[in-house]
Design a protein. Structure first.
Length: 389
């Protein structure tokens, strides 16, 4: 794909329930992405079982190429019947995006899907089909860079009923809010976190229903090349710098020795900005052609802590710590908001200040931090690769 599919989802449970009655299932294959949001009847354990079975069956069967009829048949014949209501019921929205950008959507009883293109609603021609007495709405369209797709469970529509809003947060109002949000937020994580936070506020922090959003944002591929640590073989210095400079990417250098290598190879000056120094984080520097220059291990370690903090936040409104004028905040902001792909170039030369020379290289602090950074970035949906030199 010539673009990046940025997917993220967020949920809140009905107040007093340990399990969510909504379920999201996402499967990425070599040639497609499949996402399913299912909402089980009721709440708690029973709803969770119904939703989980529905989402798992739907995603797995779509992955294997099953028809929508066979998929729905299997779901209906598999769901356990509720002893109270004598029903086996779970709503669902299924979406499949293939490698060419063709999108297939099947909707059953969830709020209508929200799709925006160029900041405007994208109308769909929905076809009604009947399977096992269930009316399924099918639609297709061709994906474009900038498109935003959002799927919500009906807990979003019910938010505020009897409290802040007499009739709840109506679909039209949600549509207006999500449309505006998709214009100003660059990541699906920020969109879904912001939205679910609003739903929680409308419920007065006591949700009356399980509430879920799945957001899909189609982004241009945005690369960051991050070079840290001198190569084990000094003859590789020129090769690494040339590779990074030629790439279509934002370029980040972490480490004083690494910055000196770049300055020497590029014949450029380094300018240190003392005003960006804090108690825990050394100052940033500037170099022509490099987007960000920071100190090495201390800054990377602090960046890792900021990423962990960010990934643990349930409802993101504004992560103000990413706006601080220091190397760790700047780097964390770059990695979170300004890229889809991150390539680490990690020099394996051992710095005696960071490691007991008697320890094996695998225990090197720098390598450990980079490995944890890669893991945190993957957890928030980034594509990460590492080259050791």
């Amino acid at each position: 794909m010539k673009y990046f599919i940025d997917i993220f989802h967020n949920s809140i449970n009905k107040f007093g329930e340990q399990l969510c009655g909504d379920k999201i299932e996402i499967i990425r294959t070599d040639d497609s992405i499949i996402a399913v949001l299912s909402d089980g009847l009721g709440s708690g354990v029973k709803a969770n079982i119904l939703a989980t079975l529905t989402a798992k069956i739907a995603a797995t069967m779509l992955k294997e190429g099953a028809s929508i009829k066979d998929t729905v048949d299997t779901i209906m014949n598999t769901l356990p019947e509720c002893h109270v209501r004598k029903l086996a019921y779970s709503t669902f929205t299924m979406i499949k995006i293939d490698s060419s950008g063709e999108v297939y959507i099947a909707e059953y009883d969830n709020p209508p899907i929200f799709i925006y293109r160029n900041g405007e609603d994208l109308p769909l021609n929905k076809r009604k089909i009947v399977i096992n007495d269930k009316i399924i709405l099918e639609s297709n369209f061709k994906l474009m860079v900038g498109d935003n797709i959002a799927i919500c469970s009906d807990g979003a529509v019910h938010a505020g009923v009897g409290a802040f809003l007499n009739l709840g947060w109506q679909w039209e109002n949600i549509n207006d809010y999500l449309r505006d949000l998709s214009k100003v937020e660059n990541t699906s994580r920020n969109i879904s976190g912001n939205f679910i936070g609003v739903c929680n506020n409308l419920y007065g922090n006591h949700p009356g229903d399980d509430t879920t959003i799945l957001n899909i944002k189609v982004r241009e591929i945005e690369n960051i090349d991050l070079f840290t640590g001198p190569p084990e073989d000094k003859d590789m210095d020129t090769w690494v710098i040339n590779k990074i400079i030629k790439n279509n990417s934002k370029k980040v250098i972490c480490g004083g020795t690494t910055a000196n290598i770049a300055a020497r190879e590029l014949d450029r000056e380094i300018y240190v900005d003392i005003d960006t120094m804090t108690k825990d984080i050394p100052p940033m520097a500037y170099m022509d052609g490099i987007d960000l220059v920071t100190e090495g291990v201390l800054t990377l370690k602090q960046t890792l802590e900021l990423l962990k903090k960010y990934s643990k936040e349930d409802f993101i409104t504004k992560a103000t710590y990413l706006e601080d004028n220091n190397g760790a905040s700047k780097l964390a902001s770059y990695l979170i908001n300004e890229c889809t792909h991150v390539h680490f170039w990690v020099g394996k030369a051992v710095n005696p200040a960071h490691q007991n020379p008697n320890f094996p290289t695998s225990l090197n602090i720098k390598l450990k931090i980079v490995s944890e950074l890669a893991s945190e970035l993957e957890n928030i949906g980034k594509e990460v690769s590492i080259t050791y030199v």
